[in-house]
Every structure is written in structure tokens, then in C-alpha cells.
Design a protein around this ligand. Sequence first.
Ligand SMILES: *Cc1c(COP(=O)(O)O)cnc(C)c1O
Length: 399
Amino acid sequence: MNPVIPYGRQYITTEDIEAVISVLKSDTITQGPAIKEFEDLFADYIGVKYAVAVSNGTAALHLCALALDVSKGQKVITTPITFAASANCVRYCGGEVVFSDIDPETYLLDIEKVKTLLANSPKGTYKGIIPVDFAGRAFNLEAFKELAYEYELWMIEDACHAPGGYFLDSALQQQKCGSGKFADLAIFSFHPVKHIACGEGGMITTNNKALYEKLLMLRSHGITKDQASFMNPLDWASSNAITSPDADYPGWYMEMQELGYNYRLTDFQAALGISQLSRINWSLERRREIADRYANAFKGREWLLGQSGSVPGHSYHLYIIEVKNRLGLYNYLRTHNIFAQVHYIPTHLMPYYKQFGWKEGDMPFAENYYKHCLSLPMYPTLSDEEQSFVIQSILKFYE
Ligand SMILES: *Cc1c(COP(=O)(O)O)cnc(C)c1O
């Protein structure tokens, strides 16, 4: 039997391993210099002012929701076809998740449906929106930004699937996912199936300095060591009468000013991230080659109901086909050690969300998509032979 072909997997090189070992041998394995270095390199790559490394993509979403002051009862719009964390971050802060259906062609949040939703309620009903660059296809950030502006919504871009992805704006300029030009905040994940693997890890990007500073504090217990922002008086903090007008707070002093968390990334994970980031262009190119081969192999087949669009800027975290007899194909591929996967079970039909009244029939396009979708093996080290085997197995199943 051929070795297992999963739907996605990490690629760890000797250089990656050496980068991690070198941090492990250094003085600081957490809260050291590799974090800022990773943040700066990532921000450079994306073309954004600020980046904040965190322990995972879900923590990134939670911090974004906190930084935007999501609170009890506030309504936030997102898509049902995403990983549950895109919605859960609203719940962490007591907000209410409002799902809106996908466009059956792009699999992304349908902006027309969002417009209708917004237009049917008084302004101010909704506080924010969390669109997702699902599968690696960038949503039209420019159009969503206009809508967000009109209805005074904040926007978090869930770009977990799309580092290096872009869309073409109305002037046909490439606009990278997470660039901070449109969304207030964008988030990424460095889980091993994503483009950059840190084991666990995440990143938030923004051009907003105030949000950036808030995120830094929230990431680390709400504690600050910045003298200029201290709230307690200096004589109390130093237990000493002030003798000089420009006396400093004592070296040990810090303040917890907000309720924060420990959502830090370690330095050895950051080192792995830095090393992985250096190969991202190669890896994107390889993903696009694999996508082209799938697209050509399946074009016009009678059993094919849809497949990932070949649009410029797609970063192909996933390659999705919609097929007849999805369950049959899924099981058949497994008997050949090909582990295709389903992304995603619509979030609004998860038992947790059903308790809020969401039910079958609420999101017809998402639900129909879920009946047929299958994510095929897609990762840069998938060899041509392996991909041919996947393609041949699928064709054979439908023969
Ligand atoms: C992976 C993922 C997340 C969460 O990231 P973790 O690092 O696994 O916590 C959030 N949103 C989407 C769309 C994802 O794919």
C-alpha cells in the first residue's frame, strides 16, 4: 500500500530544525528577540505596519474581539463555512453571532446577502463583521470595507487560509490579505496544515497603532512596563518620597491595567516561523501548480458540481471539489490511503450554535455546499506522482 496522502501537511526542513535548536540553546526560549523579528518579517511580507505574534489563530481572534470591545449581546456577522473559531471569538466576549450565507460560486460570504441583512435592520444593530478568506481565496476587502464604513462596522479579516493571497481592487491593483488597508485587524494561524507551521501559532496584523498597543497588552496579562502610561503614583510605586522631578519608576515596577491573557508565542516557535516564512513564495507557487493540475484534470466531468476557482491571488490552503456521491468518493479514497477531508460542517448547524435558534434551511447555499464538498490533498511537498495517483483514483471511482 502506498504511504498515507493527507489533505494537508507541514514541511519541515533541516534549516527549520537548526533554527529551532539554535533558539533552544540560547538564553531566552520565550519573550526573547525572535518574536519581534518574526513579527517584523511577517509585517514586511504582508505589507502592513504592525504584527503581533500569538499562541494560535483562535487566541488571535479572541484578542481581536477584546481589542474591539465586543460585549454582551453585540451582534457580529460571519460566514457559516469556516472553522468554528471565526464565530467563537464573538461568543468568548458574550456577543451574538449572526450567520449570513455564502456565494455558491466563490464559497465566500455573499456581500449581497450581507447588504440585505444590514438594510433590514436599523443602523447600529450590527457592530462588526468577520469575513473569511476561505480556502485561500481573498474576499473583496474593498467592497466589504465600503459596506463596513456605511454601517459603522468594524471588520476582522480571518486570513488563516491566505497568507500571501491577494485580490484585485477596483483599480485592478493587487491587494494582499491582511494588509491593514481595509480591515481593522486580520488574523493568521500557524497550525501545521496552514501555509506556515509553528506547531501552534498565530499572528494579528493591523495599521492601527492604538489597536496594536492594546493587543500587545492583552497578549500578556494586560500588563505594561511602559512608564509613560503608568497609573499608580511614583512615590507609592517606589515606596519612597520623590526627590527629583524626573525620577524614574523602579526597575521592577509594572502595572496590570486590564484583564489580559497569556497568549504568547515562544521564541523557538517564532524561529520556526521565520524559517518557514522564507519559503512562502516557493510554497505558494507550488500550491498554484497543484491547483492548476486538478482544475485541468476535472474540467467538464459529469460528476463535478463545482471546484475551487482559478482566480488570481488564490493561495490554495485548500483545493475543494463539489461532487456527486461525496461519501462514496471519500470512503473509496480512504481505502487507497488518500485522506481527503470536508471543510467545513456549517458552523450554524453545530449543536452549540443550534441552541441559539439556528436550524437547517437557514443557510441554503452553505448547506448545499456541505452536501458535496471535498478537500483534496494540497500541500507543497505533494509530488506529481502522488497527485497523479489522487487524480487517477478519483477518475476510476466515477468510471
Ligand atoms: C485554523 C483556523 C483558525 C484557528 O486557528 P488555530 O491556530 O487552529 O487556533 C481560525 N480560522 C480559520 C478560518 C482557520 O482555518
